[in-house]
Design a protein around this ligand. Structure first.
Ligand SMILES: Cc1cc2nc3c(=O)[nH]c(=O)nc-3n(C[C@H](O)[C@H](O)[C@H](O)COP(=O)(O)OP(=O)(O)OC[C@H]3O[C@@H](n4cnc5c(N)ncnc54)[C@H](O)[C@@H]3O)c2cc1C
Length: 481
């Protein structure tokens, strides 16, 4: 398949960084307060604030708390937690993909991230680890023929219940209906997090040692990242269907093309995993061309053009008395309605017999089948799964920090020696220490099939365990002094 594109660019999001005054001012309309969470915060206790209670944030929070039970972990969620998990996979939640064990192969399913994710990212926590994590907690999973993994219950609530009960068990503090509206750094090298609750018009401030931004594709999350010095790769939609400018085509809604792959005609154009995959790989160019271009489809990819011509010719010789609109070679794998559509594009007379078909017309039919052009006039509103390409560039996420595989005693020893020099992926910002990112906020997105949640689980796990280990190391250092 092929597209033609135009190019135009959007400007970058830029928000000035402001410092936070920790003890607050008042105004007659808004109620302000300093740290009001029911965290048992002693001033020397460390706190992780997770921005966003989606898949990445909740998973990250649980894993941080699993490693470091004494770390205060609070998740701030502006709406309902795990709301995308709820609606995902048509309400069934396609948790991950069970057919991709090799991380090199797995990375190939990410149009943004295909190079960067080849290494330790999935080796540290890949689909098998995700599946074990859920099954160890009593969630029975099944892998469908195409590799998509679902809970056996066929209900996303099973995944939500598991995550929420684990978060509760680990004493992760979840604050819903609150929005993180800004984050700045304090003189002591910590973060000052401003949290607003619009419904009661109140503002709270929390001092945090660690921040994990897991805000998905929300504009506010991008603003927080820019406040902390990060750039944002322009966010554009991915995983969408195509609106095709061809009324005769859309009249054939429901027609599928087994040879092309999972693709079907809808009442607005083309849909199905093949199209979604194409939209993901072309997401940026399609956005630049305002979702207008030409879609070229090869409807008989298993036959070379010359073989196709001889198949048509053999049919002509075998069935000279049959009408072309009624009879066609089974090797084409097409339904009659679509064969007639192709003939309509050739303006072929309805009563034409195979015996009378000219060689030129036969060649033209073959070319149309091999290289059928459709005018894309826009993006469809496919709602089963979509995702955002763009966000914080992976190049701004640190790959050098402490090793998660080190035993505690070795970490202590290294801290004492002051020579912590081991490199592993951490999800930590290269720009701001102790700032972490996970999930869709990053410039990572996968094709449909469970790959987007896998990015959230892997990123959340790595960020959470890194933070947990840092918190333990900091604690031990304090105790050693
Ligand atoms: C309809 C649909 C179906 C999908 N189905 C699948 C599927 O079956 N399989 C799959 O792999 N992927 C699926 N996806 C994609 C998948 O849902 C996302 O990739 C995944 O949810 C990303 O997780 P996340 O935690 O990074 O972000 P999100 O799940 O978007 O979570 C981010 C959270 O942060 C909160 N937030 C944002 N800003 C702030 C702020 N400033 N303060 C406080 N809270 C904030 C948001 O309210 C949100 O709850 C689907 C997506 C859609 C839209």
């Amino acid at each position: 398949m092929n597209f033609t594109f135009q190019t135009k660019f959007l400007s970058k999001i830029q928000i000035p960084t402001r410092n936070c005054s920790y003890f607050l001012f008042s105004n007659h309309r808004r109620r302000y307060s300093a740290v009001t969470f029911s965290l048992s915060t002693k001033s020397d206790e460390e706190t992780l604030v997770v921005v966003g209670g989606g898949a990445a944030g909740i998973y990250g929070a649980i894993n941080a708390k699993t490693i470091a039970p004494d770390l205060n972990v609070v998740v701030i969620e502006k709406g309902k937690p795990l709301s995308k998990v709820k609606i995902s996979g048509g309400g069934r939640c396609n948790v991950t993909n069970g057919h991709c064990v090799d991380s090199m192969v797995l990375a190939g399913y990410y149009p943004r991230g295909s190079k960067e994710l080849r290494g330790s990212f999935f080796n540290t926590h890949g689909p098998m680890d995700t599946m074990s994590w859920f099954s160890d907690r009593g969630v029975e999973l099944k892998t469908e023929v195409d590799g998509r993994v679902f809970p056996i219950s066929n209900s996303s609530s099973t995944i939500i219940d598991c995550l929420m009960s684990e978060a509760k068990k680990r004493k992760v503090l979840l604050q819903t209906g609150k929005t993180v509206t800004s984050v700045s750094t304090t003189a002591g090298g910590k973060f000052c997090v401003k949290i607003e609750k619009r419904s009661v018009d109140s503002v709270e401030f929390v001092e945090a040692s660690y921040i994990m931004i897991a805000s998905g594709s929300s504009e506010q999350g991008y603003k927080l990242a820019t406040q902390l010095g990060h750039s944002i790769v322009k966010p554009v939609p991915s995983l969408f269907t195509f609106k095709i400018d061809d009324f005769q085509l859309v009249e054939m809604s429901g027609v599928t093309f087994p040879k092309v792959g999972p693709m079907l005609v809808t009442h607005w154009g083309f849909s199905g995993p093949v199209i979604l995959r194409l939209s993901a790989w072309g997401a940026r160019d399609l956005s630049d061309s305002d979702y207008k271009g030409s879609l070229l489809v090869d409807f008989v990819p298993d036959l070379h053009i010359e073989d196709l011509k001889s198949v048509l010719n053999q049919h002509k010789n075998k069935f000279p008395k049959q009408k072309v609109i009624n009879s066609f070679p089974s090797e084409l794998g097409l339904v009659k309605r679509f064969w007639r559509y192709i003939l309509d594009r050739e303006n072929l007379a309805e009563d034409l017999l195979w015996a009378s078909i000219s060689y030129n017309l036969l060649i033209s039919i073959a070319s149309n089948l091999k290289n059928c052009s459709f005018r894309v006039k826009g993006k469809g509103q496919f709602k089963d799964e979509f995702v955002t390409a763009g966000g914080v560039p992976l190049s701004e996420v640190l790959s050098l920090s402490l090793s998660l595989s080190l035993s505690l005693s070795v970490i202590v020893l290294l801290l004492i020696l002051g020579s912590l020099q081991i490199s592993l992926k951490t999800m930590q910002s290269r720009i701001r220490p102790n700032l972490f990112f996970a999930g869709e906020i990053l410039n990572v997105d996968g094709v449909t099939g469970g790959f987007n949640f896998q990015n959230a689980w892997s990123g959340g796990y790595i960020a959470g365990t890194t933070i947990g280990n840092l918190a333990i190391a900091a604690n031990l250092k304090e105790e050693a002094v």
